[in-house]
Write a protein that binds this ligand. Structure first.
Ligand SMILES: [Zn+2]
Length: 420
């Protein structure tokens, strides 16, 4: 391990008990609190700093990241996904009955999900600072595909993946194509998570799993940096984020908070976390006023595999994100999630996987509950590409599947005559 070049990081702080540690003291969660004690990476107070310029990549604001100089080869160009602005989405805003809406499309990352941000940050930190070569993770699918892709992009990094046997085929295909070692676990995500933790202890692999690895938040917060910059440093009133383990909403919160503390933005958006009704541990904890250590596992089952989590691993950061921004958690049915896929696609040109479309369904629910006002600006964060789970997407359009048409103009005329 060599921490030279990371002097802008002053330590780690437990989200639950507030204990501080040096960067070299622990790789994972708070030793005192155990797994629930997720750690924040703390940076030196440099409030005079201005936003860095250059290509829009994950690494652009590197003084606010656990990166030494330039990132390792293979990862340097990643980042900079499109933000579809308010002007282009006026019809969607009308349909949703909100003032203005914009979309950050993180389905266009390297492996098609926002998880590339976390995996790139972890792989870079592992190789550049820790001198580790084998990196393992448990995942519902996207984090694994992201780790596999980032390891494949870097010479000398190897990915070991623990994924539930029920993971969508396209995600497993990505992992295998990228050359990762894949362990398909006979069990759910929570089982895979615990097995990965044990295996890392036994075999000395570096564990990228969400929640326990503080560098995942550092990666995920870069989406907030990009959003702020793409909106000319004017953050919206509300950001809607789908939530499984809670790591993305925790990262969005930390990113927005850091920009606010630096004075680069003048408000903190309210964060609305959206969970599937079949995997709603954080909604339940929020409604009942529970703290993260008080939460117990819930059974989890939803079509939105990426946000299926019985005991969200980044629960402390997720609850903090919503409570500190005066936000909310909402739950949405699987039917509402599936219906949101074509609605989003047809109004914006963005094809989202179920977990990502859940954020749009969640915005509709939040609007119904009066959690978002009709004159507000809202950003919907799209976290994963629809091509990752074509089977679920097809369910939403199966009734529209076209019949096979003879190759004649008369036949086309007959078909077109039925279009309204
Ligand atoms: Zn602690």
């Amino acid at each position: 391990m060599d921490f030279t070049g990371l002097e802008h990081i002053i330590g780690l702080e437990c989200v639950v008990c507030g204990e501080r540690y040096a960067l070299a003291d622990t790789l994972y969660a708070c030793p005192r609190c155990g797994e629930v004690g997720a750690l924040d990476v703390l940076y030196a107070d440099t409030t005079q700093r201005q936003p860095a310029e250059g290509p829009l990549t994950f690494w652009r604001q590197r003084d606010l990241l656990p990166v030494k100089g330039v990132p390792v080869a293979g990862l340097a160009a990643l980042g900079g996904t499109p933000l579809i602005g308010y002007d282009a989405l006026q019809n969607l805003a009308t349909a949703l009955d909100v003032g203005e809406v914009c979309i950050k499309n993180d389905g266009l990352n390297l492996t098609g999900s926002l998880k590339d941000r976390a995996s790139a940050m972890v792989v870079n930190y592992a190789v550049q600072t820790l001198g580790r070569r084998v990196i393992a993770t448990a995942s519902t699918g996207n984090a694994a595909a992201a780790l596999a892709g980032c390891c494949a992009a870097v010479p000398d990094a190897e990915a070991v993946i623990f994924v539930p046997a029920s993971a969508p085929e396209a995600k497993v295909a990505q992992m295998l194509i990228f050359g990762a070692r894949v362990i398909l676990v006979d069990g759910d995500y929570d089982t895979a998570f615990d097995l990965c933790t044990e295996a890392c202890q036994e075999f000395g692999w570096y564990n990228r799993s969400t929640g326990i690895n503080p560098m995942t938040t550092e990666g995920k917060k870069t989406v907030a940096f990009e959003i702020a910059e793409q909106l000319n440093w004017n953050l919206p009133d509300v950001i809607v984020v789908s939530v499984g383990d809670g790591s993305i909403i925790g990262g969005v919160h930390k990113g927005c908070r850091e920009l606010y503390n630096l004075g680069w933005v003048d408000k903190l958006p309210r964060l609305i976390g959206v969970q599937a009704a079949g995997s709603d541990a954080l909604v339940d904890a929020w409604e009942r006023g529970l703290t993260a250590p008080e939460m117990v596992p819930h059974p989890a089952h939803t079509v939105a595999d990426s946000i299926s989590s019985g005991l969200p691993r980044d629960r402390a950061k997720a609850l903090r994100a919503v409570r500190e921004t005066d936000g909310a958690f909402v739950r949405v049915s699987d039917d509402a999630i599936l219906e949101a896929i074509p609605m989003l696609a047809r109004q914006s040109g963005v094809f989202a996987e179920p977990a990502a479309a859940a954020s749009l369904a969640g915005l509709q629910e939040a609007r119904r509950q009066g959690l978002v006002q009709p004159d507000e600006q809202v950003l919907v964060l799209i976290t994963g590409n629809g091509l990752k789970d074509v089977r679920s997407a097809m369910q939403t359009v199966s009734h529209q599947k076209p019949a096979i048409t003879p190759p004649t103009l008369a036949a086309v005329q007959a078909v077109a005559g039925k279009w309204s």
